[in-house]
Design a protein around this ligand. Sequence first.
Ligand SMILES: [Mg+2]
Length: 257
Amino acid sequence: MDDAPTLGLDLDATLIHGALGTVIADLGRDIEVEQGIAGIHDQVIAEGHRLVGEDPALAYDWQATVARICATREAVVPFDIAERLAEVADERTLLLEDATVPVLRTIGARGWRRVVLTNGWRRYQDPALRAVGLTEVIDDVVTADAVGAPKPAAAMFAAARGEHGGGLVHLGDRLDDDVLGAHGAGARAILYCPWAPTAVHGPCDEVGQGALRGFLRDLAQRQSARVHPADPQVRPDAVITTIEDLPALLPAFAEPV
Ligand SMILES: [Mg+2]
């Protein structure tokens, strides 16, 4: 047990754009070309979205979803998703900002633990982390398969904090998984939104509350987020549009709530 503060870091659409979507598209195309069975890709994506609402623990097991859909269509699964991701991660994983690695290095040097907190499964996310050089600037990785329940489950945030006593603040792009999840677990939340209007940048106590309410309503709609945008738990503690704004904000979150 120590008093080190923890920074949780969502991965997809916060730090990176991963290759999973293109791999599932490849899989659908292979089945269509080689087996003459169309529409598998759309079915797999729709089933993934349905599961997020109905059985979230299964929603991120893409290989199992593919296997089930293929069985109903009498198609043969053409390849293993994790193996294909490992092959293509280097060329298809995009780091959203060039500054990410140096910024996370700076934050680590200031005594923060940096923990990736992602609903993607470990075997799908590890190749992406390696591909963009993030493994060297993070201290731990918490995935939904290891915890048994994806964000917004409080268990994910508890796993990120571990035995450390300092503050826990989570950076993410989604109002449901990231902001609501962090607040439900007694942590604080910084929302990453590159297109957020200037009127809502920075600590949310210091911005116009009318503009903030309008922004959150708009964002909830765009994300089809599973939240009520007026719920106080959905209001982040700060909004940033670039990772470069993160180091200056963090000292305010170093102590536990
Ligand atoms: Mg995300």
